[in-house]
Design a protein around this ligand. Structure first.
Ligand code: AMP
Length: 114
C-alpha cells in the first residue's frame, strides 16, 4: 500500500485546509504557499495521480472541475482574468502526486512561465 498524498489526507479530513468549495466530486482550498493574491487548488476526490493517469471515464469529472473553477473565480472577484495551471510530472514541476488545478489571479501574470 503506497502512502497517502497530502491532498488525499486533506480529502479525508486528516489535515486542515482552508476549503473554499466542495461537492461530491471535488474539493478546492487555498494554496499553503500562494503565488498570487488568489491561489486556489481544485482537486478531484478520486485519486488520480496526474493528467497522465486520466482515462475516458474521467472526461465528465475534468469538465466539471473547469466549471467549478469558473464559479470560484467569479466568487473571488477575478473579473479581469486569471490563470489555470496543471503541472504534470517531474519536468512539469508537479510535486504532489494527486491531480490538481491551480487557480491563480488577483495580479497581472507574466508569460511565459519559468
Ligand atoms: P505542484 O507543484 O503543481 O504539484 O503544486 C503543489 C502545490 O500544493 C504547491 O503550490 C504547494 O504550495 C501546495 N501545497 C502543498 N501542501 C499543501 C497543503 N497542505 N495545503 C495547501 N496547499 C499545499
Amino acid at each position: 500500500m503506497t502512502e497517502k498524498t497530502i491532498f488525499k489526507r486533506i480529502i479525508d479530513g486528516e489535515i486542515p485546509a482552508d476549503i473554499v468549495y466542495e461537492d461530491e466530486q471535488c474539493l478546492a482550498f487555498r494554496d499553503i504557499s500562494p503565488q498570487a493574491p488568489v491561489h486556489i487548488l481544485v482537486i478531484p476526490r478520486k485519486e488520480i495521480p496526474s493528467i497522465d493517469h486520466l482515462s475516458d471515464e474521467d472526461e465528465q469529472l475534468v469538465g466539471h472541475i473547469y466549471l467549478v473553477i469558473k464559479q470560484i473565480a467569479a466568487g473571488e472577484g477575478l473579473e479581469n482574468g486569471y490563470r489555470v495551471i496543471v503541472n504534470c510530472g517531474k519536468e512539469g514541476g508537479q510535486t504532489v502526486d494527486h491531480l490538481h488545478f491551480h487557480l491563480l489571479g488577483g495580479r497581472g501574470l507574466s508569460w511565459p512561465p519559468g
